[in-house]
Structures are given as C-alpha cells and as structure tokens.
Design a protein around this ligand. Structure first.
Ligand code: AMP
Ligand code: GLY
Length: 420
C-alpha cells in the first residue's frame, strides 16, 4: 500500500514507526511531518484543510490509503472529501467526528443510548448558564462545546469560579467553540483513557493508558496537551475492559450507526472510574498524544491492514495482540510551556539515545537548522521506555531523558511513579 500520513506531532511519529513495520507498506509520505518523521516517510507540504490539494497529491502519487492523526482534519471532513473521490482513509467522517467536535452532541449520544456519563445541561447564553450554576451549586464543571485543544474545561470548586468560566467562554475566549457551553456534575474517581478500533458497526479493544495533563509533578500547575503517559493503565483489567466495551463503546458504535453517522477509526473514551462504575468524561475520535507513544509500540498486530479493514467496514474481530510489557512516556517541553514556550534552544545527543534498548524517541516541536536540531514548539520530544514492569519502563525512560543533552527542557519527574 502507498500511504499518506497526515500530521506533525509525536502521535504521528509513533504512528509512522508502527506503519513502517508493516510488510504491507510500500511508498510512505507524511504531510507535513517533522524532522523525526522525515526519517521514516517522505515529507510533503500539504495543508490538510486544502482537500483538493490532498486529493490531487493522492492521485499523483497513487496513494491507496490516508491515515489521519489529529482531530482537526477529521472534524473538517477530510475523510469525506477523500472517500468521495474513491480514496480510502482511516478516521471518522465529519458527521461521526462530531463526537469530539461537540461536547453537547457527545452528551446527547450518551443520554440517547443510556451510556453512563455525568448529569449535564447545555446553554447558549451566559445568564441561564449562571442561573443553573447557582441552582446546582459547586463543585461543578464548565466546558466549551467545541474544540479547544484540551483547554476548554474548568472544574470549578466554587460557583464564582464557574460563573467566571461561563463569562469568559461566552465572552469569546475560545471563539465559536464557546458559543455553546455544557455544564456538568463533577465526577469523583480515577481517570483512564480507553482506545477501541471501530469499523462503523463493530468495535475491538486496543488498549488503555493514563495520561498526565498537568505541567508539574504531583499533578500541579496548568493543564497542558499532556506531559506523559503510561500504558496500559494499571487500573484496567480484563473484567473492566469487558464492562467498558459493553456499557460504553458498543452502545456508542451501535448508536452512531443508528443515527446514520457510523463511526470508523479510533474511538478514545476518556473515562472516570467512579464508585458507580466507569463513566464517560469525553470522547476523542483519534489516538491521544502522548498516549499513542506509550500504546502503539506495544501492539504486535500489523496495524496497517487492520486500519484499512476498518475503513473498508470489514474489520476482522480477532483480538489485537499486545506485548504484555509496560510503557512510560515522558514529554520534554520547551521552557515556558504551555503559556509562552521559548523556541530555539538546541537539542543534542538524540542519536545515541535512540540506540538505547527499549527506548523510542518521538519528535513534535522540532526543526532542523543545518545539522542542528532546535526546539520549535511547546511539546518537543517524547521519550518512551518499555520494560517488563512499570518500574523498569520508568527507569529506562528517565535514563534516556537524562542522556539527552538539552538543559533547557521542562519535564515531569513523576510519570509512572508510585504505580504498581
Ligand atoms: P475533557 O476534555 O472533557 O476530558 O476534560 C478534561 C479534564 O477535565 C478531564 O480529563 C478531567 O480531569 C476533568 N473533567 C472533565 N469532566 C469532568 C467531570 N464531569 N468531573 C470531574 N472532572 C472532569
Ligand atoms: N492527551 C490527551 C489527548 O490527546 O487528547
């Protein structure tokens, strides 16, 4: 298969490593990619929003299959545009990507198909939203309806905090994404990210992860795109996987088919394990970043033909094989991330680290300056250690982080710490 991968982050670098291993892969392109991915796939400059340009490229290069990493192009209908032209693509249609693109839509789907989630109400004006908050009391959770790069959620401990969040969302903080606001009950428990592969009518569990959203050790500081991940989640076992498939994933897949929005691709359920069982916090319609960097290296099944079978709505239902090992991924970010990342510091010593056994380094915000590699974004590298247990995976990951010569880097020291 000739494959075009869309995206430029650590998740796409991890996808590129995985696709590269497939005996079915023939020619391999990435748009736009990054200096790390360019060693695995030929980089091309294409704006994913320019559907005609992507289609023209696919025609010229006889691309058989397009794999889309990030949510943006999915929500904007890239899969629909490609499929209309007879080009197969991995990921949901625009109609199905609404599960991530609109939190109120996701809540309606949960309600309609009896999928457990927090009680909620949705609002299109600040006054009624604030009245609801006063009626319900705190703690309470305020969410911008649309895509906000993981920043559109405020878990408010007081009504005043919730009202301030409502004001700023309706005040345009997230643009159109905040024109509708969802307000929901605060759930108590531990969080798990769960991934399933879906072909429109059926679903297969892929695995689980736990991500570390806050910047600082001990879950302190601002929310980020993700500072690390461990996979699988130590909280998941076979019984819980079966329960999540039965109570959450399968009803959503069946429900989306019933709504004439069949879901094809990776369904990522952000779950809270509450005293009443697992409940949905959110859905994403793609792999997580950095969860993919921890999860993908453990999948032993050849994923390229499996992704293609999903897109053909004909997925084989054999269980996906996992290595049985554990992974710890540490994100190295530029100083000042997430508010004001300082770009341009030099990263040295990556080649030696990439040769360390059980280590995979993926790049995100990097750029080449001649032979030098420079930080060029917020999240810059992710370093994954793989071991027989979490302690070993963690030791490997942090030994590799220490061996990277980039003194300006900011990273958490506690990824995977204190977990069995
Ligand atoms: P989301 O983007 O909807 O997953 O929200 C981001 C983060 O906010 C989640 O990972 C949770 O830590 C937190 N969160 C979201 N919804 C709730 C809720 N209903 N109760 C408690 N925490 C929540
Ligand atoms: N790490 C969270 C996400 O990818 O949405």
């Amino acid at each position: 298969m000739n494959v075009l991968l869309i995206g430029a982050g650590g998740r796409e670098h991890a996808l590129a490593y995985t696709l590269r291993k497939s005996p079915s892969l023939n020619r391999f392109f990435v748009a736009p990619g990054n200096p790390g991915i360019e060693r695995l796939a030929k980089s091309v400059i294409l704006a994913s929003g320019d559907h005609e340009a992507v289609i023209a490229f696919c025609r010229r290069q006889a691309i058989d299959f397009v794999v889309i990493g990030p949510e943006g192009p999915l929500v904007r209908g890239l899969v629909d545009a490609l499929e209309e032209e007879g080009i197969a693509a991995f990921g949901p249609s625009e109609d199905a990507a609404l599960l991530e693109g609109s939190k109120s839509f996701a809540k309606e789907v949960c309600k309609c198909f009896a999928v457990p989630t927090a009680a909620y109400a949705k609002f299109t004006d600040a006054e009624s939203a604030k009245a609801y908050v006063r009626e319900q009391g705190a703690p309470i959770v305020v969410k911008a309806d649309g895509l906000a790069s993981g920043k559109g959620v405020v878990v408010a401990e007081s009504a005043a905090e919730a009202e301030a969040a409502i004001e700023s969302m309706f005040g345009g903080q997230f643009g159109e994404a905040g024109e509708t606001v969802v307000i929901e009950e605060k759930l108590i428990g531990e969080e798990v990210s769960f991934f399933a592969l879906c072909d429109g009518t059926r679903a297969l569990p892929l695995g689980s992860a736990q991500d570390y959203k806050r910047l600082g050790d001990g879950d302190t500081g601002p929310n980020t795109g993700g500072m690390g991940a461990i996979s699988p989640s130590p909280l998941m076992d076979e019984a819980l996987t079966a329960r999540v498939m039965k109570e959450i994933i399968e009803p959503v897949v069946a429900g989306m088919a019933e709504l004439n929005r069949p879901f094809v691709g990776v369904l990522y359920a952000g779950l809270m394990l509450t005293a009443d069982g697992p409940k949905v916090l959110e859905f994403n319609v793609r792999f997580g970043d950095p969860e993919a960097q921890a999860l993908l290296p453990q999948l032993q099944t050849d994923l390229l033909p499996l992704f293609k079978a999903c897109s053909d709505e004909n997925m084989p239902m054999d269980p996906v094989k996992l290595s049985g090992k554990k992974a710890v991924t540490v994100v190295m970010a530029a100083p000042g991330y997430p508010l004001d990342p300082q770009l341009g510091s030099e990263i040295k010593g990556l080649d030696a680290v990439e040769d360390m056994p059980g280590i995979i380094v993926t790049q995100a915000g990097t750029k080449k300056d001649g032979k030098r590699l420079l930080a060029d974004g917020g999240r810059v590298l992710s370093v994954t250690g793989i071991g027989a247990d979490l302690a070993e995976a963690r030791e490997k990951a942090y030994a590799a982080v220490a061996a990277i010569d980039w003194p300006e880097a900011v990273y958490r020291k506690d990824i995977g710490a204190g977990k069995a």
